[in-house]
Design a protein around this ligand. Structure first.
Ligand SMILES: CC(C)(COP(=O)(O)OP(=O)(O)OC[C@H]1O[C@@H](n2cnc3c(N)ncnc32)[C@H](O)[C@@H]1OP(=O)(O)O)[C@@H](O)C(=O)NCCC(=O)NCCS
Length: 259
C-alpha cells in the first residue's frame, strides 16, 4: 500500500526514472547470451594479450568511423552507464546527480581510459600511477589491465578492488567493499571471470580464477572460492549455492530494494 510520502517521492523521481527506462529495457532485453568472457585457462598471462583476446573493454577498442565515430561511441557508452546507474540506484534522482556524485561511475570511466593506455607498453607505468590517483579520489581500485564490460556499475564505490587478470561481463553491478582478488602470487590468470548480469553484494570477496556464471547473485559479505554456475545465489563463507526461481524480466529491479 503506498503512502502519501512514497507517492510524492515517486512523483519527484518519476521523470528521471522514465528517462532511465531505456537502460532498464536494455537490461531486461538481454537474454541468456553466451558469457562475454570465456573462462581463461590457467597459465602465464601477459595482461595486454589477455586484454586483446576478447574485447569487452568499452568504447575505445577498434576505432571504426574515425575519431568522430570514436567520440560518439564514448558518449553513447557514458550515457548508457549513467542510465544504468540511475535505473539501479533508487537513491539517485537525476542524470546530473548521478554524473556528479557516483564514485563508481567516475572509477569505471577512468578505468576505460587507463585500460587503453595499458595496452601500449610505454603507457603501463602512467596507467598504474593514474589508477592510483583514481583510487585516492574514488576509493575504487581497478588494475588498468582488468577487462570490464558495458553498463558496469559500482554502487557507493568505496573499498572495491578489481585485480589485474579479472574479467567482467556486461550489466554487472558491485556494491562497496567487493574484492575480485587473487589467491596466487604467480603471474598467471589468478582473478575471477564474472559473466553477464551478475550482482555482487557489499563486502563480498570472489577469490582466485573462478568463473561466476551469468545472472549469479553473490550475497553481501560472502566469500566465493569456487565456480558459481549461471543463475545461482551464492551466500556465506565459504559460499553455499542455491537456485531460486526468478522472474528473468525483473532481476535488475531486485538489487535496488536492498538499499
Ligand atoms: C544474496 C541475496 C541476493 C539473496 O537475496 P534473496 O534471494 O532475496 O534471498 P533471501 O533474502 O530470501 O534469503 C534466502 C536465505 O539466504 C540467507 N541470506 C541472504 N543473504 C545472505 C548473505 N549475504 N549471507 C548469508 N546468508 C544470506 C537468508 O538469511 C535466507 O536464509 P534462510 O533461508 O535460512 O532464512 C541478498 O541477500 C544479498 O546479500 N544482496 C546483496 C545486497 C547488498 O549488498 N546490499 C548493499 C546495499 S548498500
Amino acid at each position: 500500500m503506498s503512502t502519501a510520502a512514497t507517492r510524492d517521492a515517486d512523483d519527484a523521481m518519476g521523470s528521471s526514472r522514465r528517462a532511465a527506462e531505456p537502460a532498464l529495457s536494455i537490461v531486461r532485453d538481454v537474454r541468456h547470451a553466451p558469457p562475454a568472457v570465456p573462462h581463461a585457462a590457467d597459465g602465464r598471462v601477459d595482461s595486454a594479450d589477455a586484454v586483446d583476446a576478447v574485447d569487452v573493454s568499452g568504447p575505445v577498442g577498434a576505432r571504426p568511423g574515425g575519431p568522430l565515430g570514436w567520440v560518439r561511441r564514448v558518449v553513447e557508452r557514458a550515457r548508457e552507464d549513467v542510465d544504468g546507474a540511475l535505473a539501479r540506484d533508487p537513491a539517485a534522482s537525476t542524470r546530473l546527480e548521478v554524473v556528479l556524485t557516483s564514485p563508481g561511475l567516475h572509477a569505471i570511466w577512468a578505468h576505460r581510459g587507463l585500460h587503453e593506455l595499458w595496452k601500449h607498453p610505454a603507457g603501463r607505468l602512467p596507467a598504474r600511477v593514474l589508477a592510483t590517483v583514481t583510487r585516492s579520489v574514488t576509493g575504487v581500485e581497478i588494475h588498468p589491465a582488468a577487462r570490464i564490460g558495458r553498463r558496469f556499475f559500482i554502487d557507493h564505490g568505496m573499498g572495491v578492488v578489481i585485480g589485474e587478470t579479472a574479467e567482467v561481463g556486461d550489466d554487472v553491478m558491485l556494491y562497496h567493499g567487493v574484492t575480485l582478488g587473487g589467491r596466487s602470487l604467480e603471474h598467471v590468470k589468478r582473478h575471477p571471470t564474472v559473466g553477464n548480469r551478475v550482482t555482487i553484494g557489499a563486502g563480498a570477496r570472489v577469490l582466485g580464477p573462478v568463473l561466476v556464471g551469468d545472472d549469479v547473485q553473490v550475497g553481501a559479505n560472502s566469500v566465493v572460492v569456487k565456480d558459481v554456475p549461471a543463475g545461482a545465489v551464492a551466500t556465506g563463507i565459504p559460499a553455499v549455492l542455491r537456485f531460486p526461481k526468478r522472474d528473468a524480466t525483473n532481476q535488475w529491479v531486485d538489487p535496488a530494494i536492498y538499499i
